[in-house]
Ligand binder design. Structure first.
Ligand code: NI
Length: 130
């Protein structure tokens, strides 16, 4: 599957954007987007063909605040483009992946459907409908 982006946890969104810019990334034109359903701020940063999704929780109820505390700043998921979400979810589920977040619209991605899976050996994987 083709990689769409790498999800990267940060604590302070504004400072992180500045430091990624210093390393040659440019924020996509939408800038920092607030996803209230997930309790996170998101900013997509481009560097050549690589897209990094900076994610910062803004409340304790956010799905990622525990992970940020436990693992600290850094990459934590790879997102792949899916031609057929149902088919890919089924195939991955049959191969050791567990669905941790069923398909739901992502505000920061034109409300396209995204789903998250976890496997002990591959970690967290996100699927984004094409
Ligand atoms: Ni993502």
């Amino acid at each position: 599957m083709k990689i769409h982006h790498i999800g990267y946890l940060v604590e302070d969104m504004i400072s992180a954007v500045k430091q990624f810019e210093q390393m040659g990334y440019n924020a996509k034109k939408e800038g920092v987007v607030r996803d209230d359903a997930r309790g996170i701020l998101i900013c997509f940063m481009e560097n050549g063909s690589l897209l990094v999704e900076l994610i910062s929780p803004f409340n304790e109820k956010s799905a990622v605040s525990g992970m940020l505390q436990k693992r600290g700043t850094g990459p934590y998921h790879i997102c792949y483009l899916s031609d057929d979400m149902d088919r890919d979810l089924k195939a991955l589920s049959q191969n050791g992946f567990m669905l941790i977040s069923p398909p739901a619209p992502a505000v920061a991605l034109q409300s396209k459907q995204v789903a998250f899976l976890f496997s002990k050996n591959a970690g967290i994987v996100e699927l984004l409908e094409k």
